[in-house]
Design a protein around this ligand. Structure first.
Ligand code: GBH
Length: 457
């Protein structure tokens, strides 16, 4: 039977997690301390004082977890390696026991016919490096490249798809701008330095890697409320300015250096006014603009803005003065994020048009809802319809010419949702934290069928 919507042959299906969100075992086998350990253990930073100390205990339960992935029929499991497991002090000698864990995990995956996609940085910077300036310090980029080389040396005979960074915008602007994420700094100038050093880290690490290389960015189409209803509507000069500015800060600040070797003019003007441009040195953009094969897209919702004279830039958006970040009416997830699948097709089509040389992969998409357990089931119909809508949007983008290679759901498991702790559940598999029992939600069973028929009914 042919499904209603069929994806191209060889379309990649998978699911994603990140080290600090799932591993636990925070003090085992020589793992060093990360900025997220410090942040989560600081009262008032994470909801209810939750930490990643135990999380999903994936560090010990990975064999069971891989069996579950195999049952779902995943082609790919995207996970991240924890820098402080591999290089406990951030620089200096590697810790073989940390690498042993990732080798065991990779072997288990390969044995189950699942392809490992490794992300080298999903926000758990070694605390020792933060104490020396963190991402605001240029040295961190060079230490990252060394760490990347150590992981690559151990795993490159088995792993061929490598992502340097996950969402450098979040690391820089939530970590050093709004301070809602670790290390909890609120300093616009540090945030822009962090953004540049993260890009530099990406480029330097890419030079040390072989195989299929990727960079994952959190991206969103930036639109006015009117454009959500009618994508083609004409904007006032003021609104167009607001849209252009936020698009430059969120999307092009990372896309253009990595893929074109230039910073957007608007970004340079803003950085100039927030600490200056001295940290951007001659030759950096050549290093940053390494050839990569895939652009990873983490999409949750569009970014809705409009011009508003006198509006003061939020801490996460230094330079975005005169911009109102609008919360819109309509269906939303438990995070309060609006559900707008068309934002994903819009984004994918735009990326393929503006950056035609790089393949696209959705490395994260998914949603938190207030799940209920009913007997031995989790009837998460809201998540099924979220995923269904966004997969249809992916298909639409492919039909419109976007070079989309695959889709990885966020997340395989309920896990440590950063500042929200364990309250927000993004998994297609439920974790009962008291018993660590895994329970595939209805969305997981639905996703298994989607994978099996390579399409949606
Ligand atoms: C991803 O980030 C992460 O990669 C993943 O670890 C996480 O669990 C998952 O999403 C779910 O949160 O204007 O300051 O309010 C999420 C990316 C980008 C979502 C910024 C919230 C709003 C920024 N985030 N966005 S702000």
């Amino acid at each position: 039977m042919t499904p209603d919507i069929e994806f191209p042959e060889g379309f990649i299906w998978g699911a994603a997690t990140a080290s600090y969100q799932v591993e636990g075992a925070a003090r085992e086998d020589g793992r060093g301390v990360s900025i997220w350990d410090t942040f989560a253990r600081t009262p008032g930073k994470v909801a209810d004082g939750h930490t990643g100390d135990v999380a999903c205990d994936h560090y010990h339960r990975y064999p069971e977890d891989v069996r579950l992935m195999a049952d779902l029929g995943l082609d790919v499991y995207r996970f991240s390696t924890a820098w402080p497991r591999v290089v406990p002090d951030g620089s200096g000698p590697a810790n073989p026991r940390g690498l042993d864990f990732y080798e065991r995990l990779v072997d288990e995956l390969l044995g189950a016919g699942i392809t490992p996609y490794v992300t080298l940085y999903h926000w758990d910077l070694p605390q020792n490096l933060e104490d020396r300036g963190g991402w605001a310090s240029r040295d961190t980029a060079y230490y990252f490249a060394d760490y990347a080389a150590a992981v690559h040396a151990r795993l490159s005979d088995r792993v061929s798809t490598w992502t340097t960074l996950n969402e450098p915008w979040v690391s820089a602007f939530l970590g050093y701008g709004s301070g809602v994420h670790a290390p909890g700094v609120t300093d616009a100038s540090a945030a822009f330095k962090a953004a540049h050093h993260l890009l530099l880290a990406h480029g330097l690490a890419a030079q040390n890697l072989t195989g299929t290389l990727a960079l994952t960015l959190n991206m969103a189409p930036v639109v006015t409320p009117a454009q959500i209803l009618d994508a083609g509507i004409a904007l006032s000069a003021e609104d167009a300015g607001a849209v252009g500015l936020v698009d430059a800060l969120l999307n092009r600040q990372f896309l253009d250096p990595a893929l074109k070797g230039v910073y957007p003019r608007e970004v340079l003007e803003i950085v100039e006014r927030h600490g200056g441009l001295d940290h951007i040195r001659d030759g950096d953009l050549e290093i940053i603009c390494q050839p990569i094969d895939l652009l990873g897209i983490n999409y949750y919702n569009p970014c809705v803005v409009q011009a508003s004279a006198g509006a003061v830039a939020p801490l996460a958006w230094p330079g975005a003065d005169g911009v109102d970040f609008v919360s819109i009416e309509g269906p939303q997830t438990a995070m309060g994020w609006p559900i707008i699948p068309s934002g994903l097709s819009r984004l994918l089509v735009r990326l393929s048009r503006d950056y035609p040389d790089v393949g696209l992969l959705v490395t994260e998409n998914g949603a938190a809802f207030h799940d209920k357990v009913v007997g031995d089931r989790v009837p998460d119909t809201d998540r099924v319809s979220y995923l269904d809508g966004h997969l249809r949007a992916c298909h639409e983008a492919i039909e419109a010419g976007a070079d989309l290679r695959g889709y990885l759901v966020w997340s395989l498991f309920d896990n440590f949702e950063w500042a929200e702790g364990y309250h927000q559940r993004f998994g297609i598999v439920r974790i009962d934290y008291a018993t660590q029992r895994r329970l595939p939600k209805d969305s997981a069973l639905w996703y298994r069928d989607v994978i099996q028929r390579n399409g949606i009914e």
